[in-house]
Design a protein around this ligand. Structure first.
Ligand code: PLP
Length: 426
C-alpha cells in the first residue's frame, strides 16, 4: 500500500499555473470603467492576429457560446445533421440538440481519441451540413483527411479547440482551417481567465454574426468569476491539499450516500441530463480577461514544452508496466500536452486509489455520447469511442509537476496494477 502524500505535497488533477500577481486585472475590474469597447476589441484581436491569420475573432462569455453563435451565423436549420465525434463533452452535443440539429455520432481513433476520418466518410449523408471536430486532450485531429472530405461534400468545418491553444498542425495553431472554431478560457483549460471564450470564424461569416447583447451585471462578475478565480488559486500545488482536497473528500463521502449537491458544485457531473444551455447564465466576456490572456499567451510556448515534458516523463516511467499505455499525441501534428489520458484496465478503481494517495485524477472527463441515455434518440454504435470511454483516465499534466510527483504517481499506478492483476488471477 502506497503511503498517502502529506497535504503540502498533494497533486491536483489540474493547475492553471497563473501566479497571484496576474490576478491584478481581475481584482481591479470592479473599480475600473469599461468604456472604450473599440480599443478593447482591437487589443483582443491583436492577440490572435498572428496565431489565426485567416480568421476574425470574437470574445464570448464561455467557449460554448462560440458554437451557439456560429450555428446562427452559418445559417444551419433545424433537422440539419452535424457529424460529431462520439467521445465528447456532452455540453457540445446538448447545444446541437437544443438548436434542433441532429447529431450523427462518428467513432474515434483509439490512438488519438479524436474523430476517425474513415468512419466520418461512411456517415456523411444527404442531410449532413457540418463536421464538428474536436482536438480532444489537445491532440491534433486528422484535419489533412477531414478537411478534404468537408470540401468534397460541401460541409462546414467547425473546430472545437477548447483544449488546443498551443496545438499545431504543420506549425499552424489549430482553429485556423475551419469555417469556425471554439476556444475556451475556463479554469480547467490550458489558458484561463476564470471564464470567457472565443469564436474564430471566416470573415464572410463574421459579417453575418449578430449575437444578442449579453445580460449580466457587476454582481454576476464578482460572484461567478470570483468563485472560479478563488478555485483556480486554491488548486495550486501546496494549497490544494489543505483547501480543496478535504472538501472533495467530504463531497465524495456525501455523494456515495446519495447527497450529491456538494460534489456537483466542485466536480460537476459530465453527464447531466437536466442541463440546458442558457446564454445569459454566466458573466459576459470582461475586458480584464484580455490582459490576463496576453500574459498567458506570451509564455504559451514555454508552457507547452513544460507540459509535454511532464507527460513524457510519466510515460517514460510507465513504459515498462504491462496493462497501461498512452495515447498517440502527435500523430497528426504537435500536441500541447494539455491533458494526459492513459489507457488502463479499470479507470474507476485506479482513480479511487490515486485519490486515497492524494492525487487527483478523473476517470470520466468525457463520455461516449452515442451511448448516453440523454441522447438515446440519436444512439449509435461507436466501438472505439466506447473503449476510450471505458478505459482512458485523465491524469494530472500541468506544467508545475515535478519529477518527484511523477515518481509518486508511477508508484501508485504500479502498485494498483500489481494488486489488481494479482486479484483477478486469484
Ligand atoms: C470545456 C469544453 C468546451 C466548452 O468550453 P466552456 O468555456 O466551458 O463553454 C467545449 N468542448 C470541450 C471538449 C471542452 O472540454
Amino acid at each position: 500500500m502506497v503511503a498517502r502524500l502529506p497535504r503540502h505535497r498533494m497533486i491536483p488533477r489540474h493547475y492553471l499555473g497563473v501566479p497571484l500577481r496576474e490576478f491584478g486585472p481581475y481584482l481591479r475590474a470592479p473599480f475600473t470603467r469599461a468604456d472604450e469597447p473599440d480599443r478593447q476589441l482591437a487589443e483582443f484581436e491583436a492577440l490572435w492576429a498572428e496565431r489565426l491569420p485567416q480568421q476574425r475573432v470574437v470574445p464570448t462569455p464561455l467557449g460554448r457560446h462560440a458554437l451557439w453563435y456560429f450555428i446562427d451565423a452559418a445559417g444551419l436549420q433545424p433537422g440539419d445533421e452535424v457529424l460529431v465525434a462520439a467521445y465528447n463533452y456532452y455540453v457540445v452535443v446538448r447545444l446541437l440538440v437544443q438548436k434542433g440539429l441532429v447529431p450523427v455520432f462518428v467513432d474515434v481513433d483509439p490512438e488519438t481519441s479524436c474523430m476517425d476520418p474513415e468512419d466520418l466518410a461512411r456517415k456523411i449523408g444527404p442531410r449532413s451540413r457540418m463536421v464538428l471536430v474536436t482536438h480532444m486532450f489537445g491532440h491534433p485531429a486528422d484535419l489533412d483527411a477531414i478537411e478534404p472530405l468537408c470540401r468534397e461534400h460541401e460541409l462546414l468545418l467547425f473546430e472545437d479547440c477548447a483544449h488546443a491553444i498551443g496545438t499545431t498542425i504543420a506549425g499552424q495553431q489549430v482553429g485556423d482551417r475551419g469555417d469556425g472554431a471554439l476556444f475556451s478560457f475556463g479554469i480547467w483549460k490550458i489558458v484561463g481567465t476564470f471564464g470567457g471564450g472565443m469564436l474564430a470564424l471566416r470573415p464572410e461569416l463574421h459579417a453575418k454574426l449578430a449575437p444578442a447583447p449579453h445580460a449580466g451585471g457587476r454582481m454576476q462578475t464578482i460572484s461567478s468569476i470570483g468563485s472560479r478565480a478563488a478555485l483556480a488559486h486554491l488548486m495550486r500545488p501546496g494549497l490544494y491539499g489543505w483547501c480543496v482536497e478535504p472538501i472533495l473528500q467530504v463531497a465524495w463521502f456525501l455523494a456515495e450516500r446519495g447527497r450529491t449537491s456538494l460534489r456537483d458544485l466542485i466536480a460537476p457531473s459530465k453527464d447531466n441530463e437536466q442541463w440546458r444551455f442558457d446564454e445569459h447564465e454566466r458573466s459576459p466576456y470582461r475586458p480584464f480577461m484580455t490582459a490576463m490572456l496576453a500574459a498567458q499567451l506570451d509564455r504559451i510556448d514555454a508552457q507547452v514544452e513544460q507540459r509535454r515534458a511532464a507527460v513524457e516523463g510519466l510515460e517514460q516511467r510507465l513504459a515498462s508496466l504491462p496493462g497501461v499505455r498512452s495515447l498517440n499525441r502527435d500523430r497528426h501534428g504537435h500536441s500541447n500536452g494539455a491533458y494526459l489520458g492513459l489507457w488502463v484496465p479499470n479507470p474507476e478503481a485506479l482513480a479511487d486509489e490515486l485519490a486515497n494517495a492524494g492525487v487527483g485524477a478523473n476517470p470520466h472527463e468525457f463520455f461516449d455520447c452515442s451511448r448516453l441515455a440523454q441522447f438515446s434518440e440519436f444512439a449509435a454504435t461507436c466501438p472505439q469511442a466506447a473503449e476510450v470511454c471505458d478505459h482512458v483516465i485523465r491524469m494530472p499534466s500541468y506544467a508545475a509537476l515535478r519529477p518527484t510527483d511523477l515518481d509518486f504517481i508511477t508508484q501508485v499506478i504500479a502498485e494498483h496494477l500489481a494488486t489488481s492483476a494479482h486479484g483477478s488471477a486469484a
